[in-house]
Design a protein around this ligand. Sequence first.
Ligand SMILES: NC(=O)C1=CN([C@@H]2O[C@H](COP(=O)(O)OP(=O)(O)OC[C@H]3O[C@@H](n4cnc5c(N)ncnc54)[C@H](OP(=O)(O)O)[C@@H]3O)[C@@H](O)[C@H]2O)C=CC1
Ligand SMILES: C[C@H]1O[C@H](OP(=O)(O)OP(=O)(O)OC[C@H]2O[C@@H](n3cnc4c(=O)[nH]c(N)nc43)[C@H](O)[C@@H]2O)[C@@H](O)[C@@H](O)C1=O
Length: 318
Amino acid sequence: MEKKKLFIAGHRGLVGTATLQALSARTDYEVLTRTHDELDLEDRDATRAFFLEHRPDHVVMCAAKVGGILANSNFPVDFLHNNLRIQLNVFDAAHEAGIDRMIFLGSSCIYPRDCPQPIKEEYLLTGPLEATNRPYALAKIAGVESCWAFNRQYGTRYLAVMPTNMYGPGDNYHPEHSHVLPALIRRFHEAKTKGDPAVVVWGSGTPRREFMYSSDLGEAILFLLGLPEEKFAELTRANATPLINIGVGEDVTIREVAELVKATVGYTGELRLDATKPDGTPRKLLDVGRLASLGWKARTPLAVGLKNAYRDFVERHG
Ligand SMILES: NC(=O)C1=CN([C@@H]2O[C@H](COP(=O)(O)OP(=O)(O)OC[C@H]3O[C@@H](n4cnc5c(N)ncnc54)[C@H](OP(=O)(O)O)[C@@H]3O)[C@@H](O)[C@H]2O)C=CC1
Ligand SMILES: C[C@H]1O[C@H](OP(=O)(O)OP(=O)(O)OC[C@H]2O[C@@H](n3cnc4c(=O)[nH]c(N)nc43)[C@H](O)[C@@H]2O)[C@@H](O)[C@@H](O)C1=O
């Protein structure tokens, strides 16, 4: 069987690493990767030249400017403009190079802040966005629209997937700019190591989040990419938004997840909430019915994924 050429953009990030890992047992793909230093996807000419030279069959688009609630608030220009530039360059170059299937990674923050729960794909653009990540969400919504526009105008098969909040090996553990789980893993670990009496958790502790282990997302991406022709064509047909949620179907409060991280790390001090920090969206639980109907379901329980993530943190940074 002839191998398909698959370009994973952003292969060293959390999601790209998991996608590569899921691919490790596969022999039907020749995988193409470039680090940010080797190929800056904000560079239009370099991106075009790369696609025209290598002409991948499939693309998984994980490269993006990504960060937690505070990074999104502090760097709105970067989250909007860097992402828009990367997306414009990749979509245009992919189309010019005639790639067959593309999976574009969006995020659950594209949905309105006060959506009915769980959030169905059709709720997109039915209400105002959450202020703390509006620039990033707008860039991602533009990416969804690019998938659809190319499918309508040129008959391409570009699919936008909307994962919930992710965590796992190789995460960004920056103390302020990361997402909540890697931030708390670091903070509880450092407090345990130093013997600090208390650990601060941002916000009121009441927002709810749905957390998915990154290797599950890597598998979901490959599952979708490998769907039979008629199913992939149905998801990317011209008369419907080519959008599918990826999640686990249940959520927890930030306080609950902080308690779970505390127990996983083995920290015995106090947990303090800092209400001066933003809460962000009150709740964003995805409806994963569309993905389930195709035959895919997440399998890593939060407690198991957190143990693995903590082990990874200790190996890399402990
Ligand atoms: N993490 C999460 O909780 C969620 C993530 N997503 C989405 O999944 C995708 C991947 O996220 P995640 O893996 O967490 O992000 P990471 O920050 O872990 O990784 C992003 C990757 O993109 C690369 N990159 C960034 N800018 C450029 C550029 N200009 N040119 C080339 N490469 C670039 C980075 O390369 P380098 O490391 O070399 O800088 C890195 O490999 C994103 O689209 C994100 O929106 C969606 C929902 C939740
Ligand atoms: C994936 C998703 O990620 C971001 O949105 P978010 O879901 O709000 O993500 P977050 O992980 O940063 O916060 C979740 C909750 O957790 C609370 N929280 C407590 N303590 C810490 C803490 O120490 N760090 C962080 N970051 N949050 C903390 C925090 O106050 C908030 O209530 C956007 O990038 C968005 O665009 C996006 O797509």
